[in-house]
Design a protein around this ligand. Structure first.
Ligand code: HC1
Ligand code: SF4
Length: 573
């Protein structure tokens, strides 16, 4: 520990701490803009400047190590003026369409202007040349709002191991863009949306599909069906003032019915179905010498990453479509048939924590019902905007149930939303299929938690199954490289593109850098997901009565002919 003074207060801090960390711990707020804890710590924006006794110039607190006896002043006139000038210079080259910006009232630049008392921009001048790129099915870039903080760049490179956006040109002409100023749709972007989650302003956003849904809802000819992903039930409430991980499972049907959807179903149903198909596929490969390790395939960002960067693993991917797509294929076949609805009249919407789902539902493999199986995938944020526009606050609504039969699910379906959840759900079912005995302790805690890579060996009555779970694509890289180099021998791997799994998806409510510092949103939402699971009467996918009925009435058996036609696919590149 070292002792320093900050604004005249004696503060103790670990010797590897920065001045920013020491100050925050002592309750002294130093503003930041480019700083994103653990991701982007580069001292570039100079918003966190402080005076240090003995230093000739102002120092950036986010990269300045503490030292014994150091004397720091965080709010002198020189410091305040420097921060203000920096901010005004940023604003002078910023598109100031704040009231019509997607990040209005949730913008770190706007908030800082207010905090620092900026009431005029003293340095108006030339604006740099901006790029607007909306060719990607998932992500829109608008560099007229970019402040060059590089939080998206670090996230794409370091967290996701993708690295398709970087600074191009120099000085005033600098722009954050793909190489040669190409569109994101022309480079190997995986549509994960993690760059959006890191962006403090409105320079990155999801492709907005809400108009298509409003139009379908207003069309009397359309039968509009919606499915809600596992992770939405622990995140949507945050958009309406709820705490991190507020559980809104039963508010979702209430809110979506009030928006006008004809049926409100649950992706957790098809997550259960996925487990039956994928669990059977795993056992088939294990017992009949099939390609191992089997790797999960429900995260479309991960699938695209595999196609671009690790094509040698394509045959390892489970042939199961994601729960979103299984659901879509069944709604326009099984459900339409059962209810006597013309499938051409069904408009199928999904609410996903994910921007890559927008891309997934347009993939050519995803038309197996004879139509586009899922017509529109909306993010949590888009749903929240629709609800706000309609004056609906889900947190204030009474509890309601999902519609039957595609709204019936188990706790195993719910945990898909957190890293390790697909693996845990699969193990609960595989164990009972293999042993024909009841699994007493169904909590596989070894695969829970936010550690980047989790490994375990599970003993299924003498069969030792080596498993790995990775979330965030740079962690996926680490696991795949170990397999490639013969350093690891896994039978089953779960990979989710987003840090934390879907709870941390690129379509989820956006937290500021300060909020991300204060709490681990992935942990809080995952905790809520496991609570949802704990409170479900059924917690194993193979016990889902609606899934059982689906096999009896329509599919026959897992991996049967109908399943192959509708629920499985192959990825090739
Ligand atoms: Fe996910 Fe999945 S868990 S991929 O993270 O397998 O998006 O929540 O819906 O499809 O079920 C996302 C979440 C989601 C699918 C399921
Ligand atoms: Fe990178 Fe993902 Fe953003 Fe694409 S969507 S630029 S891969 S962070």
């Amino acid at each position: 520990m070292v002792t320093l003074t900050i604004d005249g207060i004696k503060v103790q801090a670990p010797k590897d701490a920065t001045v920013l960390e020491a100050a925050r711990k002592a309750g002294i707020r130093i503003p930041t803009l480019c700083f994103l804890k653990g991701v982007n710590e580069i001292g570039a924006c100079r918003m966190c400047v402080v005076e240090v006794k003995g230093a000739k110039s102002l120092q950036t607190a986010c990269v300045l190590p503490v030292s014994d006896g150091m004397e720091v002043i965080t709010n002198s006139a020189a410091v305040r003026e420097s921060r203000k000038v920096t901010l005004e210079l940023l604003l002078s080259d910023h598109n100031l369409e704040c009231p019509t910006c997607i990040r209005n009232l949730n913008c770190e630049l706007q908030k800082l202007s207010e905090e620092l008392g900026v009431q005029a921009i003293r340095y108006p001048g030339e604006k740099s040349k901006a790029q607007y790129d909306d060719f990607s099915p998932s992500i829109v870039r608008d560099t007229s709002k970019c402040i060059l903080c590089r939080r998206c760049v670090s996230t794409c490179h370091k967290v996701q191991g993708v690295g398709v956006i970087s600074p191009n040109y120099r000085g005033f002409n600098t722009v954050i863009a793909p190489v040669y100023d190409m569109s994101l749709s022309e480079v190997s972007c995986v549509n994960c949306g993690q760059c959006i989650m890191a962006c403090p302003v409105g320079a990155l956003k999801e492709k907005d599909d809400t108009d298509k849904v409003w139009k379908a809802l207003a069309d009397p000819e359309k039968y509009v069906i919606v499915q809600t992903a596992p992770a939405i039930r622990v995140s949507l409430g945050e958009e309406f003032g709820g705490e991190l991980g507020t559980i809104v499972t039963k508010k979702l049907p209430a809110a979506l019915r009030r928006l006008g959807f004809d049926k409100v179903f649950d992706t957790d149903f098809s997550a259960d179905l996925t487990i039956l198909e994928e669990g059977s596929e795993f056992l088939d490969r294990l017992q009949n010498g099939g390609k191992l390790p089997l790797i999960t395939s429900c995260s479309p960002g991960w699938i695209k990453f595999c196609e671009h960067y690790y094509p040698e693993f394509l045959d390892n991917l489970s042939t199961c479509k994601s729960p979103q797509q299984m659901f879509g294929a069944l709604v326009k076949t099984y459900y339409a048939e059962k209810m006597g609805i013309d499938p051409s009249k069904i408009f199928s919407v999904s609410i996903m924590p994910c921007t890559a789902k927008k891309y997934e539902c347009k993939r050519p493999e995803m038309f197996s019902s004879g139509y586009q199986d899922v017509d529109v995938a909306l993010t949590t944020r888009e749903l929240s905007r629709m609800l706000k526009e309609a004056g609906i606050n889900p947190n204030k609504l009474p509890d309601e149930e999902f519609d039957e039969p595609l709204g019936i699910s188990t706790g195993a379906g719910a945990i898909f939303g957190a890293t390790g959840g697909v693996m845990e759900a699969a193990l609960r079912t595989v164990y009972e299929i293999v042993t024909k005995k009841e699994l007493k302790n169904i909590d596989f805690t070894e695969v829970r938690g936010v550690e980047g890579v989790k490994e375990a060996t599970i003993d299924i009555e003498g069969i030792k199954v080596n498993i790995a779970v990775a979330h965030g694509l740079s962690n996926a890289r680490a696991v795949l490289d170990r397999v490639k180099n013969g350093e690891a021998n896994y039978h089953f791997i779960e990979i989710m593109a987003c840090p934390g799994g879907c709870v941390g998806g690129g379509g989820q409510p956006i937290l500021s850098a300060d909020e991300r510092w204060e709490a681990d949103y992935r942990e809080e939402r995952a905790k809520a997901i496991y609570e949802v699971d704990r409170n479900m009467p059924l917690r194993k996918s193979h016990e889902n009565p609606a899934v059982k009925a689906l096999y009896k009435e329509f599919l026959g058996e897992p991996l049967g002919e109908k399943s192959h036609e509708l629920l499985h696919t192959h990825y090739t590149k």
